[in-house]
Write a protein that binds this ligand. Sequence first.
Ligand SMILES: Cc1cc2nc3c(=O)[nH]c(=O)nc-3n(C[C@H](O)[C@H](O)[C@H](O)COP(=O)(O)O)c2cc1C
Length: 242
Amino acid sequence: MLHPTWAHSLNGTRRRNHVVDINTTFCMLCTLTTSIEKSIQQEKDNTDTTKTDRRQSTYKVNPLILNRWSPRSMTGEELDEDTIMSLFEAARWAPSSFNNQPWRFIYAKRNTLHWDKLFNLLADPNKVWTKDAALLVVVVSRKNFEYNEKYSITHQYDAGAAWENLALEASSRGLVAHGMQGFDYEKARVDLEIPDNFDVMAMIAIGKKGARDNLPQQLQEREYPNDRKPLADIVMEGQFKK
Ligand SMILES: Cc1cc2nc3c(=O)[nH]c(=O)nc-3n(C[C@H](O)[C@H](O)[C@H](O)COP(=O)(O)O)c2cc1C
């Protein structure tokens, strides 16, 4: 039998060792958890597809691509000048044939004198939800190259690239950028005094994203990211596949 003092001190050591053991085990567990988390993350990074809430790519792409979609619900709040100009800045850096940059953007901010002029171009179904946008934009594109005034067969393609840049920048900032062809193209030309050497391409409604239930019931049902045709239907090796 141990002397009570020894027993006491041995118990103390055991208790201390016990504490040390728990700490060591805890640390080991932490390290294990961290390395499991790392390998899960690595596995995720190495997967061949990208997935968001509603969209799944067949092959891996930057999540920025899958995350962009065209919501309709917006809050009705204004956007500050810096944000607005950043969106056009993104569009400005799009590629174009001969770097001709045929795109032009005519915009109206909500609560300004210009708003009604652009809003009144829209078809009624688009007015229903764009009334809560912060910004309306008409995209026009110069038909001829500036350097020789010859027709540019890609000018619309180039303007489309600029719109997508804008849309991706908006989406990355959590903003809505929704393209529209539902408006009066001729009225736009007249009301906005667009010269004949420019084609009217499309309109864009931009704003802060709103709640789904701000929309009428019919539009609420469509307020989700949609899907795409399979790659096999759109990609052809060597020649056109009918
Ligand atoms: C040039 C263009 C015109 C469009 N016109 C309209 C329109 O007039 N009204 C509308 O509600 N959505 C319109 N859309 C939105 C498309 O329906 C939408 O982009 C398409 O269904 C793909 O969905 P996502 O943008 O959410 O990926 C238009 C989109 C583009 C790019």
